[in-house]
Design a protein around this ligand. Structure first.
Ligand code: HEM
Length: 310
């Protein structure tokens, strides 16, 4: 996973990382965002439809996977029942062969507040400066930011009862060369959320404890789905959603069976990549892709270089 060639993208990624540090403080060895999490392992089994959409190799054979569930924010001690811990994160790694993998990174809301990294930086700067009215001004000028902020983000009863979205659009290319844009969704067997009162009664690590308890009983399962774009749908702007009547196709089943051993160390080491970098599945030209790839790598290198945590 290389840094992008474009020096402007790397500079913007560094500026964003500095703002995250300013907002959440420095927590060496942890992620600058989605700092608190747990990583599970299991398998992905593609469905027969997957290969019709994409020739990417993870859609034609069963593979081992890791899934890292996380809370929002760069605060590694943030209580799981704090409303700021929503949206939750879901980072999925398919192990293709030794040293070869491809990832999907999503969160539990089907939108993003900003069109590109520069706008996101302005939003974060305005949030820090909330006394001056800068945030209100920013929100008034950016309806997508307002709808992201206002969208309900309930606390899930479990990481296993939440749904997740990769938000950005990808290009699927099949063996015949046919191209189709789509957006990934990861759906649980059943959705379940807590009321604010129920969440308030939970303890600060309840989601981490719950998922480990649940695994003792049976595997945690999700379906990997894709929402298909129609001709004319915008594919390079994460703030624009597609109509809900677009077809959903099942790409396969994720089955998680146990926590990854040496969990904290493995979380500290792994760097997820929002760009698939695999034949048959491409990032769209949404500017968030390159920027996120840069920031996850910069933040990840810093995390790896820190003393071991946990
Ligand atoms: C400008 C846009 C974005 C910026 C600047 C940003 C920033 C970050 C940063 C700094 C990290 C920590 C990286 C690390 O240390 O490994 C992170 C992780 C993460 N982000 Fe984003 N993010 C953006 C957009 C998104 C979007 C659109 C999604 C959901 C689709 C998302 C979901 C996640 C998740 C799930 C993680 C944790 C990954 C893991 O478990 O390693 N982010 N993000």
């Amino acid at each position: 996973m290389p840094l992008p060639d474009d020096a402007k993208v790397v500079a913007l990624a560094n500026d964003l990382l500095a703002i995250f540090d300013q907002i959440f403080g420095l927590h060496p060895g942890y992620r600058a965002a989605h700092a608190k999490g747990i990583m599970l392992k299991g398998t992905f089994k593609p469905s027969p439809q997957a290969v019709k959409l994409s020739r990417a190799e993870h859609f034609s054979r069963e593979l081992p996977v890791f899934v890292r569930f996380s809370n929002s924010t760069g605060l590694p001690q943030l209580p799981d029942n704090d409303p700021a811990a929503n949206p939750r994160g879901f980072a999925l790694r398919f192990f293709l062969a030794e040293h070869r993998h491809t990832d999907i990174v999503g969160h539990s809301i089907d939108s993003f507040p900003n069109r590109d990294g520069a706008e996101f930086l302005d939003f974060l700067k305005a949030s820090i400066d909330s006394q001056s009215g800068a945030l209100d001004k920013f929100i008034a000028a950016h309806p997508a930011t307002e709808s992201f902020i206002k969208a309900p983000k309930p606390t899930p009863a479990s990481f296993a009862t939440e749904k997740y979205f990769a938000v950005l659009a990808f290009k699927f290319i099949n063996a015949q060369g046919a191209e189709q844009y789509g957006r990934f969704r990861i759906l649980p067997e059943s959705e379940e959320y807590l009321s604010q009162e129920e969440a308030a009664k939970k303890d600060q690590d309840f989601l981490l404890a719950e998922i480990l308890e649940r695994l003792k009983d049976k595997p945690v399962r999700f379906k990997l789905m894709v929402q298909l774009a129609q001709e004319g749908d915008i594919t390079n702007d994460a703030t624009v959603r597609w109509p809900e009547d677009r077809p959903l196709v099942e790409l396969g089943a994720i089955e998680l069976t146990e926590p990854v051993e040496d969990n904290s160390a493995k979380q500290q080491q792994i760097i997820f990549d929002p760009i698939p970098r695999i034949d048959g599945l491409e990032a769209s030209d949404d500017p968030l892709f390159e920027l996120r790839a840069a920031i996850y790598l910069l933040s990840g290198r810093r995390r790896r270089a820190a003393a071991p945590v946990g």
